[in-house]
Structures are given as structure tokens and as C-alpha cells.
Design a protein around this ligand. Sequence first.
Ligand code: ZN
Ligand code: ZN
Length: 258
Amino acid sequence: MLYDTHIHTRFSHDSRMNIEDAIQKAQEMGLGITITEHIDLNYPDPAAFRVDIPCYLAAYEQYRSKTVLLGIEVGLGVEIATKNQTLIARHPFDYVLGSIHLVDGIDLYIDAFYRGRDKRQAYDRYLETMLDCLRCHDTIDSLGHIDYICRYAKFHDPELYYSECSDKIDHVLMALADNGKCLELNTRRLNKKSVVENLIPIYRRFYELGGRYITIGSDAHTPKDIGKNFQEAWEIAEICKLRPVWFEQRRMQYVATQ
Ligand SMILES: [Zn+2]
Ligand SMILES: [Zn+2]
């Protein structure tokens, strides 16, 4: 069984999905799921992207099973590393996905981050921040959406090309591989063939640098997106010789070999 390890329901600021609908959709698709509600402790608006974790875990405990797991997507930041580590240690999550959503205190979704920066400068800063965050967050299980910036960057061609940022990407991939961490393969953008083709060199390089495991996640905020583009993800994993895994009680679980 494959697991969709990146799903947001109503405890995430920008999702209204009910867990019952998520579970039903996953069952129809033959997938296990991990709920990963989204918390960014460094988000400029203190009312946004906070999660009442005890309330979230208590409400969903009744659904918890081998195929419905409860995790968290933690927004990484050097300045909040200690707070994040405490939060991760304090709660009985199945899985911790660490993601970069803000760089220098600015949401990558917002134009201000790109103002006065060319693509090279913006992507270098993004990848440097990612590396700095990985160095001070050694308790995450997987690094979320390495291509997140491509969703929102205001450049003519926002794609993250391995060849354009190879040094910085290598450092990120090595930081993961050397610590036995996973790299997420976020399926949200895999509907485009060109995106798949540009991500393959990054995931192949992860393998070359010693990485062996990926988590696959749709980042679904609605039931229709659960399991989206998983065929493409499975093919990328095969091409790059990486093994899709999921986590239960923070322990890595393997997909049975085909
Ligand atoms: Zn995210
Ligand atoms: Zn997410």
C-alpha cells in the first residue's frame, strides 16, 4: 500500500477538509494517509498557521489506525528551532514533515520576497535557508516540497533546475542523506511533464549522495487532491531508485516491494 503523507484538514489555517471525507477518498484510492496539519510558529500574523495540537490529536484519536496516521507539517526557521524541537518532542506524532514556507520572515507566496532579487539570488537565499534550518532541526523525518518556491516565484521560468543551483542543492541533499532523513516528493506539480523532468535530476542526485528514502505527499487541502499524481511520483521513485516510505510512531515503514 502507498501512503499519501501530506494532507491538510480543518485544523490547518487554509483547509476546511473533514477527516471523514479524506478517509473515504483514501479508501476509494487504496491509499493510507498521514494527516499533516500546518504550523508556522514564525508566521508574521500570529493568528495564521497556528494549530491547537492537543485539540487536533484528541479530536482525531478515534480515527487513528494503521492506515490513518497523525503527523504535523512544521514550518522551519532558525529563530524558532528550539520551539519547534520542543513541540515535536512533546506530542505523540506519527510523522514530522519539516518545510520552508518563510525566508527572512517573508512568506514565499508574497511578492516582497522577490523584489530586488533576481532568480539566482532568490533561489540561493531559499536554499541557504533550507540548509541552515536542516542543521538545527535534526528531529524532522522528511523535508517537505523542495520545489515549494516554484509555486509562487515571480519569474518568467520559476522552475528549480538542478544544473542552476547544483552546489546549494547538493548541500541540502547531503544534510538529509548524512542524517538518514527522507526527502519528500510533493506531487502537487507533477501533472506537468516538464516539472517531472526537472525534478528527476534532483531526486537522482539525492540517491547518488546516499539518500535512499522518500515520502510521497499530495499536500491536499480538498478530498479530490488526495493521491493526485501518485503514478508520476511512483515512476520518479523507480527511475531514481528511491524507496517510498511512511512513518508510524516516528518509525519508518516500507512499501512492500512490487
Ligand atoms: Zn508546506
Ligand atoms: Zn502542506
